[in-house]
Design a binder for this molecule. Structure first.
Ligand code: NAP
Length: 244
């Protein structure tokens, strides 16, 4: 199955590191004119050095109004990957308000904000589009120490459903992918300790965590014209974890 995005323009949030960076690189490989948005300028500089064809945009998605101003400068977008996300783990009883606000702002409100601005411009252009929100298998599980993270990702799932419901009429497809652990910086922070990792691995029928390329493949499929009737799904990429 060959996927290509020649003639398409793509925007990836949180493209400085981890999954977002690999998504942005793959989109360029597959022909998309790609805008990589992230918070840390040095990450964007190293991405630009690695992939000169990419356009980079520095933006702190926690700033709602500034994000909207910056998005006015990125031009027409056909493909959006709402990838930026953060995690800080703590017991429910100990979560601080600043951490709650931070995770809600980036994991949920930024998906809403970027999705709203980009979908509005897609509606105006009348050419349709495809949006993939990066959720998590954690949206469907209760994970120790992840009260805020799990609940923000559950909110992303439900937002994906309603966006799909309302935007389908404009030929804008909206889906989510829900991976389990990928050993990015975020994944290592929560899952490097074998005391936590081993019981999680034991629950995954395939017997391992997810490779970055496996998440990127699923995102490319959902963005592509191989998925033209796939709309409003939250796609687990978790080796069967959620069956257990
Ligand atoms: P990561 O390696 O920590 O990368 C996250 C990226 O998002 C970084 O480039 C980061 O930039 C950017 N970002 C964070 N806050 C931002 C802000 N305020 N404004 C702009 N960009 C911001 O994380 P990852 O593991 O690749 O995660 C990517 C997505 O996958 C997230 O939505 C995450 O919840 C989801 N996910 C991850 C896993 C996993 O196990 N890794 C599993 C399921 C789902 P800075 O570093 O400059 O802040």
């Amino acid at each position: 199955m060959e996927i290509q995005f020649v003639g398409k323009r793509a925007l990836v949030t949180g493209a400085g590191k981890g999954i977002g960076r690999e998504v942005a690189k793959r989109l360029v490989e597959l022909g998309a004119d790609t805008v990589a948005l992230s918070r840390t300028q040095s990450d964007l500089d190293s991405l630009k050095a690695e992939v000169p064809a990419i356009t980079t945009v520095q933006c702190d998605l926690q700033d709602w109004d500034r994000t909207r101003e910056i998005l006015q400068t990125v031009g027409d977008i056909d493909l959006l990957v709402n990838n930026a996300g953060v995690s800080r783990i703590d017991k429910f009883l100990d979560v601080k308000k600043e951490d709650l606000d931070w995770m809600i702002d980036i994991n949920y409100k930024a998906v809403f904000n970027v999705g709203q601005v980009i979908a509005k411009s897609m509606v105006e252009r009348k050419k349709g589009g495809a949006i993939v929100n990066i959720s998590s298998a954690a949206s469907l599980q209760g994970l120790d120490d992840h009260a805020v993270y799990c609940s923000t990702k559950a909110a992303v799932d439900k937002l994906t459903h309603v966006m799909a419901l309302e935007l389908g009429q404009y030929k804008i497809r909206v889906n989510a992918v829900n991976p389990t652990v990928v050993l990015t910086e975020m994944g290592k922070m929560a899952w490097s300790d074998p005391v936590k990792a081993d019981p999680m691995l034991a629950r995954i029928p395939i017997g391992r965590f997810v490779e970055m390329s496996e998440v990127v493949d699923s995102i490319m499929f959902l963005l592509s014209d191989k998925a033209t009737m796939i709309h409003g799904v939250t796609l687990p990429v978790e080796g069967g974890l959620l069956t257990t």
